[in-house]
Design a protein around this ligand. Structure first.
Ligand code: FEO
Length: 164
């Protein structure tokens, strides 16, 4: 049985993953409307992954007979300055999610909730991968510069990351 505080923190994390899903859908739409179809497809698919991260938490709550309490999700940003701006913000967002997961892990360990601590290890590994993925995209965009040809090539590269 989970403590009330752990349940509340897991519910908060559900909200954060759902916000990430909405944010990436919003960014995907911006990319499509600015002719970055590769980035649009990548972010659309990644939004689905964020939704799965939320559902994995919800499944854990269900399995532990804990109450899911869905929260209002704030409206995500929908206007961006450039493709670099989009992916700088995805990277910053992933860093904030990592911090949130780390705080959860720290809390569960210090409160001797070893089951939830163990469950959260999947998120620890996932955040490592996601930070590396988004940082890599930011680096590529910075590397090629912001001319039309370069951005077309980087958009094609981002398309190859579908499913990662
Ligand atoms: Fe669910 Fe990209 O963190």
């Amino acid at each position: 049985m989970l403590s009330k505080e752990v349940i509340a923190r897991l519910n908060d994390q559900v909200a954060k993953e759902m916000f990430a899903s909405n944010l990436y859908l919003s960014m995907s739409s911006w990319c499509y409307t600015h002719r970055f179809d590769g980035a649009g497809a990548f972010l659309f698919e990644h939004a689905g992954q964020e939704s799965e991260h939320a559902k994995k938490l919800i499944t854990y709550l269900n399995e532990t007979d804990s109450n899911l309490k869905l929260q209002a999700i704030k409206e995500p940003e929908s206007s961006f300055a450039s493709l670099l701006d989009v992916f700088t913000k995805t990277y910053e967002h992933e860093i904030s999610i990592t911090q949130s997961i780390n705080e959860l892990v720290d809390f569960t360990l210090s409160h001797r909730d070893f089951s939830t601590f163990n469950f959260l290890q999947w998120y620890v590994a996932e955040q490592h991968e996601e930070e590396a993925l988004f940082r890599g995209i930011v680096d590529k965009i910075k590397l090629v510069g912001d001319s039309g040809n370069s951005l077309y090539l980087v958009d094609q590269y981002i398309k190859t990351l579908l499913g990662k």
